[in-house]
Design a protein around this ligand. Structure first.
Ligand SMILES: [Zn+2]
Length: 313
């Protein structure tokens, strides 16, 4: 029976007495097909993916869907409330504690509740992320199904392993089903463009999977990075960028100044960030003046020299 409904995953009672629970939008298709998990909001400061999930779920007519869609738009409501990457209650990063536990911190209970519900059911996982409140990011992981990752149509891809303790890693290790992790926008930069690309990417991936009818859009020429450097500041302060989010996906020459961090009290420059590779592909940048902590994400930079070029089609 084709239908759309909302199911709730019960997690715990908060100290306030309020129930912590997670909404899952379940779309039962009229035709046989795969069960697709679509997740967002694992990190609370990544808002665009939540909106992408809303637009995708509301655009799908169950009568045309093959299989089922299980869409979890806000996996960490606690972190969303404070617009933080980590869960404020216990300071854990939800995407490092999967599969979680049933009897420890809230982040681990969230993880366990999500995996108990989602992992056994799904034939594929599409997990959406963004750069967060400040950084802007633009790439899709090529983890265990290159063609499915390509079907997101993003210009930059990265063949790397996903993080231990992430939902994607958990699903790959326990189920071995295709997983795509997409990193889409953030930092309030070019939101309209990233929303459109995100929705288009997810819908095209669903066509690729045979979950939606219609002809799949062939992928464009894509850069598949195999070496990526995450640049984390050694010192906190105010980071003044020298590159913009408009340059994501572009290359800069080795040694190019990407930004500097100044001490906000003495004004001295305490750190310089420079392109590490002869041909440095910009994957994540801080495009606006921002506060950074030591150890934060400042840049993600790919080595264009060792990248593979995937031709269009
Ligand atoms: Zn994330």
């Amino acid at each position: 029976m084709p239908e759309s409904r909302t199911e709730w995953i019960d997690v715990a009672t908060m100290a306030t007495g309020l129930d912590l629970r997670l909404a899952v939008h379940v779309i039962e298709g009229a035709h046989d097909g795969p069960t697709v998990g679509l997740t967002a909001g694992i990190h609370g400061d990544e808002l665009l993916p939540v909106e992408i999930v809303r637009r995708v779920t509301q655009s799908i007519d169950p009568a045309h869907l093959h299989g089922r869609l299980l869409a979890l738009p806000l996996a960490n409501p606690l972190a969303f409330e404070t617009l933080t990457r980590h869960t404020p209650t216990d300071m854990h990063n939800l995407n490092r504690v999967f599969p979680g536990t049933a009897d420890t911190w809230l982040s681990e209970r969230l993880a366990r509740s999500i995996t108990d519900y989602l992992t056994p059911q799904i034939d594929v996982l599409l997990d959406l992320h963004a750069g967060g409140a400040v950084p802007t990011v633009d790439y899709v992981y090529a983890l265990n199904d290159l063609e499915l990752s390509r079907s997101f149509l993003f210009p930059t891809m990265y063949r790397g392993s996903s993080y231990p303790g992430s939902l994607g890693t958990h699903v790959i290790e326990t189920r071995g089903v295709p997983v795509v992790v997409a990193e889409i926008g953030g930092g309030s930069q070019f939101d309209d463009s990233y929303l459109e690309r995100g929705v288009t990417g997810v819908l095209n991936a669903l066509r690729h999977l045979g979950a939606l009818p219609g002809k799949e859009i062939a992928p464009p020429r894509q850069t598949l990075l195999t070496t990526m450097q995450i640049v984390r500041p050694r010192h906190g302060g105010i980071l003044h960028p020298s590159v913009t989010a408009a340059q994501l996906g572009e290359e800069v020459a080795g040694g190019t100044l990407l930004g500097v961090t100044r001490n906000p009290q003495t004004f001295e420059v305490i750190e310089e960030f420079r392109a590490p590779f002869d041909r440095t592909h910009l994957v994540l940048v801080r495009g606006v003046i921002s506060k950074v902590h030591a150890g934060d994400y400042a840049y993600m930079l790919g080595d264009a020299g060792s990248a593979e070029i995937l031709e269009a089609g």
